[in-house]
Design a protein around this ligand. Sequence first.
Ligand SMILES: *Cc1c(COP(=O)(O)O)cnc(C)c1O
Length: 414
Amino acid sequence: MLSMDQQLQAKLAQRKEQNLYRQRHLLESAQGAQVQVNGKTCLSFCSNDYLSLASHPAVIDSLRRGAETYGVGSGASHLIYGHSHEHHALEEELADFTGRPRALLFSTGYMANLGTILALTDKGDHIFEDRLNHASLLDGGLASRARCLRYKHADCTDLAQRMEKVGESEKSSNARKLVVTDGVFSMDGDLAPLPELSKTCQQQQGWLMVDDAHGFGVLGEKGGGIAEHYGLDLDELPILMGTLGKGFGTFGAFVAGSEALIETLIQYARTYIYTTALPPAVASATCISLKILQRETWRREKLNLLIQRFRSGAKQLGLQLGTELMNSITPIQPIILGDDALTLRVGEQLRAKGFLVGAIRPPTVPVGSSRLRITLCAEHSEQEVNQLLDAIDTTVSELKSMDLKNMKPDGVDK
Ligand SMILES: *Cc1c(COP(=O)(O)O)cnc(C)c1O
């Protein structure tokens, strides 16, 4: 019998052989267009701080003042006197911002998704998930006692068929149907067809839940995300989730919806109940970032300019932007390379040249669709985007002409 460590080492070695091993790098600066990593200055195209708010002076100042008043840790869960005035004020502002009666803060997006899905479903219910949903949504489906079905990416016809089938064989008409989707898909940057999904849900009496981690701050004139982009109200989109660690530049997450939804989550969402509340100072900082996010429309305009620059440049170079039929109008711009080893090596070479991009491989994306995940932020300049495009072009051509099978990825011998 192999020891625990021997068993684990064998599994780790296998992951390295498959070019799927993940490594961390040491970040030595704040997020921004330029960052310090492993002692080196690099241009960063991999953070989700799309509006460059994570190190905005007013946001930092608000965090500092919040800590001076409330200390650092919240010290308790929301239900046991950990729910501060700052948390509450932020919830009210988020409700206002999303045009929903109420909003509820969670400590992370992962927990918001898990807790919401589990609080809303039980044995005998059905959950319908887009195949390309974020891991936290899929994990919620797996952890639920309800039956979880995955429909074809962004395919309302497939969803409707699956919902109908379930409806026919339903013994109890009280069984719930929860439809769950990313708003902006995290690895592809494309949008869920929400108006159609919403209609399907209304026809099939399903409840629609949208995770808009990547839409808030980026889409909609006021940064209201995919709900604002498509103009969907509470009836059309009853369960709206967002995260604060991306476009907002801070940390945490929220769910917005009706009075009954939010009270249900307070009573039943275990990831809300059994965890320490966010530091109140993070809530204060988020109140400020929310104001900037709405007011400073130039950040979205700048992003859109950069997105267009990137896409037209990439097309000229013949790079494959997204998988078939999937086009991104968001700061998430994938370049599909397909091969895991090639993707890993391109990522490493780009880092050596001073450019950071995500080298995304299975299981984060489907097998055969490994990609560079490029993200743009308001602080980037057009010139920096051009530099990135040049670097990708030369790196990919250099590596494609080599025999990757005989090259070991950096991680293997360490
Ligand atoms: C990042 C992300 C999450 C998780 O949010 P955290 O606050 O980082 O835990 C959930 N859903 C999507 C689509 C995400 O991209």
